[in-house]
Design a protein around this ligand. Structure first.
Ligand SMILES: [Zn+2]
Length: 270
């Protein structure tokens, strides 16, 4: 059996009495990696691949397992938290990202520890009074992102997102509020789900400028796995030839164990 890890999500899934926030996850197996490779080959959005990955690696959320559609109903920040936790449980090395220095153009290679990026964060309150208007917020989910993905223009997508996630308690249309109030509402919606965005900052060794960027951990992980599609196939073949084990059995192994076996057999180093 693969080791399991527990992690507490900031929002979780709405349930009857208390939200389901405690996630028990196991490390990734080749089956989940194969799912990401297939999603990339079919040209599916990263969001869909990440939902599959989360549904595969989360054994329980609260007191029950989760399906792909439950993963779509999680907040973006909770999905990022799970992506980082799954990465930490399944990979030995750091996440290698590259930023370009905005001052001199130097390429900056970063090695990011997923565990360090899982710093505790505090969400803003779900209610806010703004100029006498009482607003209630819920965090943006993957389903919301999918719903506004096809709208033309950032402004239309932003307005649609506010309408989906913020309600005026005494009735009214959020997009009818004055522009500054809408901007404050959008900022509060972001603050409700602080794990949705991981900001990166480093000093350029060439010119000393402070370079800032952000990491989409879910997309990073899905792409990292999809890129290894050919390596995954080689590892499965190598182990199958040497042992006679079936493909399903090899894909069901925790990723690190499969990599160790393949390395012993002279395949790619982990
Ligand atoms: Zn520089």
């Amino acid at each position: 059996m693969a080791a399991t890890h527990d992690i507490l999500l900031l929002h979780g899934l709405a349930a009857e009495a208390t939200p389901r926030r405690r996630a028990r996850l196991r490390s990734m197996t080749g089956a989940e990696e194969e799912g990401c490779v297939a999603a990339a080959e079919q040209g599916l959005p990263v969001r869909v691949a990440l939902s599959r990955l989360i549904a595969g690696c989360v054994e329980r959320l609260g007191d029950a397992p989760i399906a792909e559609e439950d993963a779509e109903a999680l907040s973006i920040g909770d999905r990022e938290t799970l992506a980082l936790a799954i990465r930490a449980a399944s990979f030995a090395g750091p996440m290698r990202a590259r930023l370009a220095c905005t001052a001199c153009g130097e390429a900056l290679d970063l090695a990011l520890g997923p565990r360090e990026l899982l710093a505790p964060a505090t969400p803003a309150a779900p209610r806010l009074e703004l100029g006498g208007v009482r607003l209630a917020f819920r965090p943006v989910t993957a389903r919301d992102q999918a719903a506004v993905a096809d709208l033309a223009g950032e402004e239309a997508a932003g307005a649609a997102m506010l309408s989906r996630c913020v309600t005026i308690e005494d009735d009214g249309d959020i997009t009818a509020l004055p522009r500054p109030a809408q901007e404050a509402t959008a900022a509060h919606l972001l603050a409700l789900d602080p794990m949705a965005e991981t900001l990166l900052s480093c000093v350029c060794p060439a010119c000393g400028a402070v370079v800032e960027g952000s990491l989409d951990a879910g997309a990073f992980l899905v792409e990292e796995i999809a890129r290894r599609g050919p390596a995954l196939a080689r590892e499965v073949l190598l182990i199958a030839r040497a042992t006679g084990w079936g493909e399903q059995a090899i894909l069901a192994m925790p990723r690190q164990r499969r990599l160790r076996y393949a390395a012993l057999l002279g395949g790619e180093a982990p």
